[in-house]
Design a protein. Structure first.
Length: 269
């Protein structure tokens, strides 16, 4: 179940999640470099129970389950994505709001790939996750740096902006992909939530996909997908915005620079 605090996010992600589910293979391909970081971290030592926060369609959860002997649970607020995760199995998937949910047993590792930036109260969410972690257990997540450092993401927002002329500017302190871009602010949130040994390190990867999948990716994810859903002629929208991404196309391959933080912390002993 989802809390009242994050009900708006649950509604939004459940709708947007249909696109993520349809394009999950493309998404998995594009974001695989960041999945590998989390799977490699999980496999460094024996794990008993691992929680994947904002698991989406479950690629990271399944990857860690395959690489370790741990019981792996993915949690998300979007039933549309969890349905896709359950179809592929490989782990347990729970619909719940990680900001407030009381987990029945503790975890020795909590991970997330771009899933912890959307809580109504980020400090409260990280405090709840700390309470769900065994003493000495770990937190490891990947989050985006600034929009300016991630030009593909910024291009999508700019290309879609004319279709939403009355939309208010994004709140840098509100739920959103760049909410944890400021490392000092992120460190304070985690320390206020009771985590120790906080480390925040740059993580830069180039994500790739075949050029012929770019339209599939854009039409299912992000602001362009939203513009297409609301347009009378979705094909016209794609025809108008596709050229904005030409700079990322190199022959038959799309290359997307991804500028992120890898954040680790420990639950106090």
């Amino acid at each position: 179940m989802t809390s009242e605090a994050n009900s708006a996010q649950a509604e939004w992600w459940n709708a947007a999640g249909e696109g993520w589910a349809q394009a999950q293979d493309v998404v998995g391909l594009v974001l695989r470099p960041f999945q590998d970081v989390l799977v490699d971290h999980a496999a460094r030592r024996p794990r008993t129970r691992v929680l994947d926060v904002g698991c989406g369609t479950g690629a990271v959860t399944r990857g860690i389950a395959a690489a370790t002997a741990a019981e792996c649970i993915g949690v998300d607020i979007a039933e549309s994505m969890l349905r896709a995760a359950r179809e592929r199995g490989g782990a347990e998937y729970l619909r719940a709001d990680a900001q407030v949910h009381t987990f029945d047993k503790p975890f020795d590792l909590v991970v997330s790939r771009f899933g912890v930036m959307f809580f109504d109260d980020t400090t409260a969410a990280f405090r709840n996750l700390r309470d769900a972690t065994t003493p000495g257990g770990e937190l490891c997540f990947v989050t985006w740096r600034t929009a300016e450092e991630n030009p593909f993401m910024a291009t999508g927002s700019k290309a879609a902006a004319p279709y939403f002329p009355d939309a208010p500017p994004p709140d840098p302190d509100g739920p959103g992909p760049n909410r944890l871009a400021d490392p000092d602010r992120t460190r304070k949130i985690l320390e206020d939530a009771g985590w120790t040994d906080v480390r925040i390190e740059p993580l830069d990867r180039t994500c790739t996909m075949p050029e012929h999948l770019l339209t599939t990716y854009l039409s299912n994810l992000g602001p362009i997908a939203r513009a297409m859903r609301e347009a009378a002629d979705p094909g016209e929208v794609m025809a108008e915005v596709r050229h904005a991404f030409d700079g990322f196309v190199h022959g038959d391959e799309v290359r997307i620079p991804g500028a992120c933080w890898q954040v680790t912390a420990s639950a106090p002993l």
